[in-house]
Write a protein that binds this ligand. Structure first.
Ligand code: NAI
Ligand code: MG
Length: 355
């Protein structure tokens, strides 16, 4: 079988870790008849600084026509402090392709590399469903006159019933399909009451269709403390765009850092999906050859699953899991070692079963 994907490396370590994922694609292409063809979409900060734009509406067709999936690195550059180009690229893609599910699996593979050196992390296996199109990220707002006479700024959080329903439903359906026990709604309904009420009402209604799944409704503040102190008690989580973003990075920190957590941006109706590490372009380590490629390789595994090549998704995941259980001397500096980016990929490739 043949598939076609688009690769958008982006900026900084986005380019570096995506390059590693390509090595794995090449390895599988050469060792099997499951061929994934890829084309690059090389838009980055340099392109934006030169041309004044990064993504035109007319580009979108080429990113989707005949394309089975998108692999993304990261976008962000210190020369563009307001991240206009990042919003224009990633937020525009999420919104124009209506990639309303942001799927963030967070799994503690081995306790040996966790910053919380205690058993309570081992076995943690949390999955976050973040609403990916609305909330505080709709860019509705601006400068306004403040009620106290000083200048003020406003961003509006907005949710439609349609958007809330479809992400909640996705979380429940995934929980059923993957033998999960529980779905928690995480919000701040005690203080942000209008949106809170909408989510809670819809959550209760939809949960009735899935009556063998346990449910919980929690405030984000207390839930953050629980994610740190008792991550194993967390199963499937559904949350807003902002809180899902924060919980994703917090969960990453709990199980070993941003270097290892993947994500997917999916539209289950159209089948269009973009896979990316949770982390950003990490300008502090870019160009040094020490970025951890694991998050990108796990994202690639999710992409293979999406391409209905889940045999390879499983094998990549198994190889990365096995690698993560090795001693820290095999790891990049974020996990306490001195290995370089390409050393890690080399080790992982040698662990991929190509029989
Ligand atoms: P970041 O995720 O780029 O970095 C945070 C910290 O984690 C840094 O110390 C970095 O060195 C470390 N880190 C991240 N990924 C790593 C990896 N693979 N291996 C080893 N260490 C890793 O977040 P930050 O610093 O807040 O943002 C940097 C830029 O990235 C900004 O321009 C930001 O807007 C952008 N960004 C882009 C995202 C995306 O493209 N989806 C997501 C988050 C941030
Ligand atoms: Mg984030």
């Amino acid at each position: 079988t043949e598939r076609k994907i688009i690769i958008i490396p982006g900026d900084g370590i986005g380019k570096e870790v995506t390059n590693e994922a390509v090595k794995v694609i090449e390895h599988i292409n050469h060792s099997s008849c499951d061929v994934v063809n890829y084309e690059y979409f090389n838009r980055d900060a340099d392109f934006y600084l030169e041309h004044g734009y990064i993504l035109k509406d007319s580009d979108i067709k080429s990113l989707t026509d005949g394309v089975d999936g998108i692999l993304f690195g990261a976008i962000g550059d210190p020369r563009i402090p307001n991240m206009e180009h990042g919003r224009e690229l990633l937020l525009k893609l999420r919104q124009s392709l209506d990639l309303y599910v942001n799927f963030r699996p967070i799994r503690a593979v081995s306790n040996c590399y966790s910053p919380l050196k205690e058993n309570r992390v081992e076995g943690a296996d949390m999955v976050i469903f973040r609403e990916n199109t609305q909330g505080l990220y709709t860019q509705v707002g601006g400068s306004v006159a403040g009620v106290d006479g000083t200048q003020a700024a406003m961003d509006t959080a907005y949710y439609s019933t349609h958007s809330v329903d479809r992400i909640i439903r996705e979380a429940f359906e995934w929980a059923v399909a993957n033998d999960r026990r529980r779905v928690d709604l995480v919000d701040k309904a005690n203080a942000v009451t209008n949106i809170g009420q909408l989510w809670r009402t819809r959550f209760r209604k939809i949960s009735k269709e899935f009556n063998h799944i346990e449910t919980g409704e929690h405030y984000i503040d207390a839930y953050c403390q629980r994610m740190v102190s008792d991550p194993r008690s967390i199963d499937v989580v559904v949350s807003s765009n902002l809180f899902g973003d924060i919980l994703g990075d917090l969960g990453a920190g709990v199980v070993g850092g941003l270097g290892i957590t993947p994500s997917a941006n999916i539209n289950p109706q159209s089948g269009i999906a973009l896979f990316e590490p949770v982390h950003g372009s990490a300008p502090d380590i870019a160009g040094k050859g020490i970025a951890n490629p694991v998050a990108s390789l796990y994202s690639l595994a999710l992409l293979y699953d999406h391409l209905r090549l889940d045999k390879w998704g499983k094998r990549i995941t198994a190889a990365v899991d096995e690698y993560l259980q090795m001693a820290s001397s095999h790891k990049t500096p974020d996990l306490g070692g001195e290995a370089g980016t390409s050393d890690v990929t080399e080790q992982i490739i040698s662990l991929i079963d190509v029989s």
